[in-house]
Design a protein around this ligand. Structure first.
Ligand SMILES: [Zn+2]
Length: 134
């Protein structure tokens, strides 16, 4: 496998590599990706793009977990019958922190959407549950 030249990669491509590279097997390559990302993040407008991508990817991953958790727990049916439970948060969201600042996330539910927000980073993302039970 020839060594990729990360300097020509976009932030999106670098993030993709970072997610997919085998850290154990290619520690130098992983470090190169981190270094290359760090270089780009010195530019505030690029950092904003990066943060947005990271936050979005993080939320989309949560969506997959959430779909499974909801299937397992029959969450919408339970919440439909319980006002108290309706205000609580599925286990998917417990212990999750902001992927950018590692701060606490503010998670709220409105109808069948979940809003995931970090006040520190001024980010928010709305997830719709994939399935509709009603
Ligand atoms: Zn944050």
């Amino acid at each position: 496998m020839s060594k990729p030249n990360f300097s020509g990669y976009s932030i999106e491509e670098l993030l993709d590599c970072k997610r997919n590279v085998d850290k154990e097997r290619w520690p130098e390559r992983y470090q190169e990706i981190l270094d290359e990302l760090a270089l780009r993040l010195e530019d505030p407008s690029r950092k904003a793009v990066h943060d947005e991508l990271v936050f979005t990817a993080f939320c989309e991953e949560l969506r997959d977990d959430l779909t499974i958790a909801i299937d397992d727990n029959l969450w919408p049916i339970i919440t439909f019958f319980s006002k108290r439970l309706r205000r609580s948060v599925p286990s998917t969201f417990l212990d999750e922190v902001c992927p950018i600042c590692a701060g606490e996330l503010n998670i709220t539910q409105r109808f069948s959407s979940w809003n995931i927000a970090c006040e520190t980073c001024d980010m928010s993302y709305s997830l719709r549950e994939r399935r509709s039970y009603f």
